[in-house]
Design a protein around this ligand. Sequence first.
Ligand SMILES: *Cc1c(COP(=O)(O)O)cnc(C)c1O
Length: 491
Amino acid sequence: MMYQSTRDHRLAASSTRAVLDGIAPDGGLYILDDLSSLEFDWRSVLEEDTMEMSARILAALLPDFPEMSALVRRGYEGKFETDELTPLVGVGDRYVLELFRGPTSAFKDVALSLLPRLITAARDAEGMTDEIVILTATSGDTGKAALEGFHDVAGTRIIVFYPHGGVSAVQQAQMTTQQGNNVCVCAVRGNFDDAQTGVKNIFAACADRDLNGAQLSSANSINIGRLAPQIVYYFKAYADLLHSGRIKLGQPVHYVVPTGNFGDILAGYFAKLLGLPVGKLVCASNANNVLTDFIETGVYDKRRPFHKTTSPSMDILVSSNLERLLYLLSGCDNEYVANLMAQLRDNGCYQVSDALLQRLRADFACGCCDDAEAAEVIAQVWKESCYLMDPHTAVAWAVSQRFMESRSDDAPVVVLSTASPYKFPAAVLSALGETPDEDEFAVMDRLHEVTGVAVPKNLASLREMEVRHTDVIDREEMLEYVLRKVGEKQW
Ligand SMILES: *Cc1c(COP(=O)(O)O)cnc(C)c1O
């Protein structure tokens, strides 16, 4: 069973290769053609604990990795607030799936706790001896989650670039205090796009360069090794509803997903292809509602204003992982997908066929919500249910409300919660009617005073931690910086 590029069938790779390379050589994404034909018994998986569930699902998708159970345990053990990793909580007439109970209080921890284990195991399986150097540009959340996942993992080093002055004070403190002897964090004068473009240019510039026993790699969400671990919590939530007697085996469950790059929600679609009775996957967007328009009309058009919102991790106009869905819905037609992606690159838009749009709408629903409505939701859910949610989760909650009013069944609705409210304390506190202080740590304290909700330990302890990373460079210096760092024996 081989992975293939969404744009060219001839570019095939083992699952270990696909994880090591991240992206296919033609810029396409690695994918399996037919998940439903995998040897995988979805019913028996529901009886396992979360770790074993994860091991079974990952072993089915990534069959070239030996000892998946051990990898999973080493990746997660002791890092999350609970061994079930992602608790399901009843809130009002629906459920919240809490994906933020990991080491950095963001849902990206679920995948990035495991990815370093997958990458080093893939390296061993492929007989590679090079050190892996992870390069990441971050707008805030990914960088910290990646640092936390890779620090002190033997055979790897990680360099994170973030926009100077472009992340929140808490996010900056999370990254600049990172411990570990294989981590490097550097601010770049410019915005996130500058940092991201800089990283892409470094990959291109280093493609044919000998890096003295080091190989560059990426922790980006297009890596199948980041997508696969996210399938697990769809199963876990279903198992919880089953075991609590809320549903019978086989009955559908709807999932509402706050969406940016389309990785999280695509993992839900993979769960469905593996057999899980997923009802609708509801794609929730903020004011950057390019996906809402796409799912409603079949036209993807990124030529529109970019909005900076209170849910910044969803401020995205090109959702990379959508390419994988287009591939599957087109019946694995790689020429069709390559053509759409070329149109997006050249014209900024494309339109899918009516047949594809129909298939899309059979499995997906959508909706969007602006900052003002998200703030109302935070206040309302707090008042009615004493449940405090972050702005990303609030976007999904608002969309789930409209979905529930329009649907015709009474299947359970699960809202995925992607961040702790304490990661976005200013937006949450003002939603509750207070004017936040300039100092973000003071805002955290105030939010705790007002709500009594516990501050996650990793965020509460930040203030006392020593700042270890102070480099600031111009974007033109990024390549030189990486080459110099890679050349240093000791960081
Ligand atoms: C990354 C992120 C998202 C979006 O997830 P995608 O997989 O990119 O769709 C939503 N919420 C938060 C808090 C995130 O960090």
